[in-house]
Design a protein around this ligand. Structure first.
Ligand SMILES: NC(=O)c1ccc[n+]([C@@H]2O[C@H](COP(=O)([O-])OP(=O)(O)OC[C@H]3O[C@@H](n4cnc5c(N)ncnc54)[C@H](OP(=O)(O)O)[C@@H]3O)[C@@H](O)[C@H]2O)c1
Length: 252
């Protein structure tokens, strides 16, 4: 995959990618893939010590500790940024629960952590993203393939996908906007679960999929690089999900 965008005036210069969520899971795998493809990378997340460690492991890439749900912190950070090509936002927070019991405050927190955070970051970064650049958001299969006790998360994912299409229209032709919708992927997001339960969940979800397994972060990273660098792709939601959208109906 070329690290050069033919639409840029300075095509000789490596493209630069800012990855919000770059210290873990899919964001980290995207950073690894981007570095390997010759892009310049900046990692953003909250935990500074984790960021410093991952940045070091990636050969000393720059990083910034920013909580994307804190609008003034986001504004302050973007003031320090040079122009760059690609914004990728994998950062998110999510929670599950029965619709009947789930407190509205939890759902609002999830919208802050997976919709308004990315919205604010994209808006604040806009003046820094060069013509020919891109924004890649993240949703998830629950937007169109609901699961029990996941109504709030499904709604957030749908909102992210709607925002993607609207921004692709509004920001084109200068900037392309796409969204990756992963299926279940083995990342640190499940680190809080007991080992046995996590493995059982990966196994049973994997068995329900045409590809017979859950995904790996590098497989999603591959799609992020494609979305960011393909110069004729915009307004798309890419399902990178092992066939989750066409899987057999689950039994209750
Ligand atoms: N893994 C899956 O099975 C799966 C399935 C469907 C959809 N997705 C979606 O794919 C995306 C990536 O998931 P993942 O599994 O890679 O997650 P992950 O491993 O938990 O990584 C999340 C990253 O985001 C950062 N982050 C979280 N909240 C933040 C905030 N408020 N401000 C700045 N940084 C923040 C985290 O670092 P700090 O905590 O240090 O901030 C971390 O670097 C998410 O949108 C997720 O919903 C994942």
């Amino acid at each position: 995959m070329s690290a050069n965008n033919p639409d840029r005036g300075d095509a000789a210069k490596p493209q630069r990618m800012v990855i919000v969520g770059g210290s873990s899971g899919i964001g980290r795998a995207t950073a690894e893939a981007a570095v390997a493809a010759g892009l310049g990378v900046m990692l953003v997340a909250r935990d500074a010590s984790k960021l410093a460690r991952v940045a070091d492991e990636l050969g000393g890439v720059p990083w910034a500790s920013v909580d994307m749900t804190d609008q003034s912190a986001v504004a302050k950070w973007t003031e320090t940024l040079d122009a760059f090509d690609h914004l990728v936002i994998t950062a998110a927070s999510s929670s599950h629960g029965r619709f009947a019991d789930m407190p509205l405050s939890d759902v609002r927190r999830m919208f802050d952590g997976k919709f308004f955070g990315p919205y604010a970051v994209a808006q604040a970064c806009l003046p820094r993203i060069i013509a020919g650049g891109s924004i890649t958001f993240f949703s998830g299969v629950l937007s169109r393939r609901p699961g029990l006790n996941c109504s709030g998360l499904g709604a957030v994912n749908s909102a992210v996908e709607g925002l993607t299409r609207a921004l692709a229209l509004e920001l084109g032709p200068r900037i392309r906007v796409n969204c990756i919708s992963p299926g279940m992927v083995r990342t640190e997001v499940y680190a809080g679960m007991p080992d046995d339960a996590r493995q059982a969940m990966f196994r049973s979800t994997g068995e329900s999929l045409p590809l017979g397994r859950v995904g790996e972060a590098r497989e999603i990273a591959h799609a992020v690089l494609f979305a960011a660098t393909n110069t004729f792709l915009t307004g798309q939601v890419l399902d990178v999900d092992g066939g989750h959208m066409i899987r057999q109906y689950a039994t209750r």
